[in-house]
Design a protein around this ligand. Structure first.
Ligand code: GMT
Length: 375
C-alpha cells in the first residue's frame, strides 16, 4: 500500500504515534510518505520504504501569519500525484484534517479520489479544537474525513459531546514497542544514592500537565521514602518547576534532564511514574512507563483510567488531589513485594497495547477506506 502520513514532527504524543505507526508499516513493506514541516524526531529516514517530504512555507512581507495549511495541502497534492498515494492518514485534527480536505478537493478536480483517515489525539478536541476560533472548521473537517479514529473511548465521547459529529468514530488506542524496554539497573547509580527510589515524569511541560503537582507529589513522597525525581522533557513550565523545587528545598533531589533520546533506558531504572495532568486523552507517557514495568500515579482525567488501572497498575485520583496521589505513591514504594505486584501488573497491562496487536487495526481501516473510494 502507498500511504501518506501527516503529523507534527515534535516530541508531542501525536507525532510520536504517527512516526511509530509509519515506521511499523514500512517494516511490513508498505511505502510510507511522511509529510511535515520538519523531520519527525523519531523518524529513521535511512530505513527502507520511508520517504520524507518537507512542507516549505513561502514567506511574503504582506503575511503576518504564514499560510501553512495552504502549503500543506499543496504538498499533499503533489506527493499524492507523484507517488500515487492510495490513502492519507492525518494525525491531530488541527490543521491537518482541514488541509487534507482541501487536498482531497483539489485531487478530485484532477480525477483522483484520495481517502482521508483522521486520528484525533486529544487537545485538538478537548482544548484547542473547541475554541470558538477553530470549532466550525474542526467540526467540518472531522465530518468530511473518510474515516475518523480516536485514541481512547473517552476522547470519542468528548468529540461526540463537544461537536456535531455525523461520522462513526473508531477507537484505536495508542501502542508501544515492548522490545525497547529491557530491564537494566546498571545506570541507576548515575541518578540515585544507594537505597533511594527513582520517580520519573516525562512531558512537554505545558500547563495542562500540572507540573507543579508533580513537584508537590514528589515533595510529599520524599519526606517518607528516600527518593529522587527525574524530570524528562522541556517546555514552558520548566523554569517555574525549578523555582518551586528550590523554594521547597528539594532542588538537589529534582533533576531536570531535558529532551533525551534515553527515555526507555531511564524508564527501565524508574520505580514510579507520575502524570497528574489536567487533561489527557490517553497518556502515552504513562503507557511507556508501564511497558518498562513501572507503576503509575496519575489523575483520572480523560482516557488515563483506560490505561492506568486504579489499584492494579498504580493509582488514579481526581485532578489536583496531590494528597491521594502522593499517598498512593508511598503505598506502592514502601513495600517491595507490593511494588513488584504493581510493576508486574503494569507490564501486563502494557502488553495489551503492543504494537503488533494495534497496528493491524489501522491497516484494516485503510483497506476499507480505499475499497469505498473505488466504488
Ligand atoms: O499533550 C501531549 O503530550 C501532546 C499531545 C499531542 O497531540 O501531541 O498528546 C495527546 O496525544 C497523545 C498521543 O495520542 C496522547 O497520549 C495524550 O494523552 C494527548 N494529550 C492530551 O490529551 C493532553
Amino acid at each position: 500500500m502507498k500511504i501518506g502520513i501527516v503529523g507534527y514532527p515534535t516530541y508531542g504524543g501525536s507525532g510520536v504515534v504517527a512516526t511509530e505507526l509509519g515506521m511499523s508499516l514500512a517494516k511490513q513493506g508498505h511505502k510510507v510518505h511522511f509529510i511535515s514541516y520538519s523531520q519527525p524526531v523519531r523518524l529513521d529516514v535511512l530505513e527502507p520504504n520511508i520517504y520524507y517530504h518537507e512542507v516549505n512555507v513561502h514567506d511574503y512581507p504582506l503575511f503576518e501569519y504564514q499560510p501553512y495549511e495552504l502549503a500543506l495541502s499543496s504538498k499533499m497534492v503533489n506527493v499524492a500525484l507523484k507517488y500515487k498515494l492510495e490513502v492519507i492518514h492525518v494525525h491531530y485534527a488541527i490543521p491537518h484534517a482541514y488541509a487534507a480536505y482541501m487536498a482531497k478537493l483539489i485531487l478530485k478536480d484532477k480525477g483522483v479520489d484520495l481517502p482521508i483517515v483522521t486520528t484525533l489525539h486529544g487537545t485538538d478536541i478537548t482544548l484547542v479544537g473547541r475554541n470558538p476560533s477553530y470549532k466550525q472548521a474542526v467540526n467540518f473537517s472531522i465530518n468530511h474525513s473518510d474515516v475518523v479514529t480516536s485514541v481512547s473511548e473517552s476522547l470519542k465521547q468528548d468529540t461526540l459531546s463537544f461537536f456535531d459529529i455525523k461520522k462513526e468514530i473508531e477507537v484505536i488506542p495508542n501502542f508501544l514497542d515492548l522490545s525497547l524496554y529491557k530491564p537494566d539497573d546498571s545506570c541507576k547509580h548515575t541518578f540515585a544514592e544507594e537505597g533511594e527510589k527513582i520517580i520519573t515524569h516525562v512531558s512537554n511541560f505545558r500547563k495542562v500537565k500540572r507540573i507543579s503537582d508533580v513537584i508537590e507529589i514528589f515533595h510529599r513522597i520524599q519526606k517518607r521514602i528516600p527518593s529522587v525525581l527525574l524530570m524528562l522533557g522541556d517546555g514552558p513550565e520548566k523554569e517555574r518547576a525549578r523555582k518551586q523545587a528550590q523554594d521547597l528545598d528539594i532542588a538537589d533531589k529534582v533533576k531536570f534532564l531535558g529532551k533525551t533520546s534515553e527515555v526507555e533506558r531511564i524508564l527501565c531504572i524508574s520505580d514510579l511514574f507520575v502524570l497528574p495532568s489536567e487533561k489527557e486523552s490517553f497518556g502515552l507517557a504513562a503507557l511507556e512507563a508501564m511497558g518498562a514495568g513501572v507503576p503509575v500515579i496519575s489523575s483520572n482525567t480523560g482516557g488515563l483510567g483506560e490505561v492506568n488501572l486504579h489499584g492494579i497498575t498504580g493509582f488514579t485520583a481526581d485532578v489536583g488531589n496531590v494528597e491521594a496521589m502522593s499517598e498512593g505513591g508511598i503505598y506502592i514504594l514502601e513495600d517491595s513485594d507490593r511494588h513488584l505486584d504493581f510493576a508486574r501488573a503494569a507490564r501486563k497491562q502494557a502488553e495489551r497495547f503492543a504494537i503488533d496487536k494495534i497496528v493491524p487495526g489501522y491497516l484494516e481501516l485503510y483497506e476499507k477506506a480505499i475499497a469505498k473510494s473505488h466504488v
